[in-house]
Ligand binder design. Sequence first.
Ligand code: AMP
Length: 448
Amino acid sequence: MFKAKKVKDSKQEPKKIKRASKHSAILRGFKDILPEHMCYWQHVYNLAHKLFFDYGYGQIEVPLLEQTSLYKRTIGEHTDIVTKEMFTFEDKGGDSVSLRPELTPGIARAYVEHGMLNRPQPVKMYSIGPLFRYDRPQAGRFRQFHQLDMEIIGDENPIADAEIIFLSYLFCKKLGIDVVMHINSLGMPESREEYIKLLKEYYKPKRRLLCEDCKKRLTKNTLRLLDCKEPSCRDLTQEAPQLIDYLDDESKQHFVRVLEYLDESEVPYELNPFIVRGLDYYNRTAFEIMPVFEKAEEDKIPQAIGGGGRYDQLIELIGGRPAHGVGMAFGLERLIDVVHKSKKDSVKRKRPQVFLAQLGEEAAKRAFPLFERLRESGICVRANFSKSGLKQQLEIADKLGVVYSVILGQKEFLDETIIIRDMENGIQEVVDLEKIVDELKKRLKNHE
Ligand code: AMP
């Protein structure tokens, strides 16, 4: 028999794909969301749709893939996201494209592309979906993660900043989690230039004490030194000059007004001079949302569950007529983790109430219409249509933890009746098939 000779060509051999673990097929930093966890996601989605609709935000979907230049221009050439974290590749036409690492640039592009500047301003939008960053995988950091993003574009007034912060707070409150907003002002790019010079002067003599990443940041991404989580860098940062002391007058006034609005709306906040955000397009207001932990977790450095800020030059950078904007994004994996751990876990898991068991060919044919009748009446019903043995079906019902099983056998099929079985004590009762919905509802009332 002909045996193909294995040719070893190292140039053509694909590189090893990094997997989550030796035995795992999923990529590192990626994860599945299983059906049993979806109740949390659905709860967050439902709440978002309701809240944003009520506050006049329209939902927008933008592509997962955009031209790489969109992100370079907006997020900034020297930022961590653009230099290290984008999934960038050439498409078949030779264009450089990237999976979205952020939602705001895509939404801003859509604002320009669809002439939204000609609509009544501001335009308020929200979006939910996956993002991709080739980040170092660790607790709370994934390479595919999800954000809930909200934007107000076409509004210069500090009340827009306050609205975004207020809504972020309200969203957390509705989810039953305690948070505090950490707020700073980044001023305008011109005043920031002066400050960055001072910051460089401060850090340069201490360069050898900085972590490797911050050594690189010192020349091109200096502001990011302020939010480095490495203990040695954090110690140095405590004594660093603070941006708030170098703000231009207009930015100062803008900041004061944002804080006044927040005071009136009773949003809990702290001034945090180290909030700088990792993106070039922010100016003036910048904020992050920190969960408030129980005592036992106090020694951990909390991870922000969301953040945002004002961007007054972004739309112009994309090629539009000048328009001011402000926005934020929640990281949903982290937000859901906090909801899950929260004592006031507000997510109601809908438990199945009734199991529909059928015995015999004729009864099985009735199963779909009967299931639909029960479902339509609002009863949470489960079945396993392909199983025919009663014992097997009742075992499934037991595992599901239903309150009642309804059993449709050959005899009941002929008599137009059905059996109701109380799963707790095994007591069975025959009732008219016609009255099954009313009978179940009556009994289920005692189990609410
Ligand atoms: P950013 O767009 O970097 O301001 O991030 C906003 C929020 O998204 C953060 O506060 C996190 O909650 C979340 N986030 C950012 N990067 C990641 C990641 N790699 N994995 C999971 N969540 C993330």
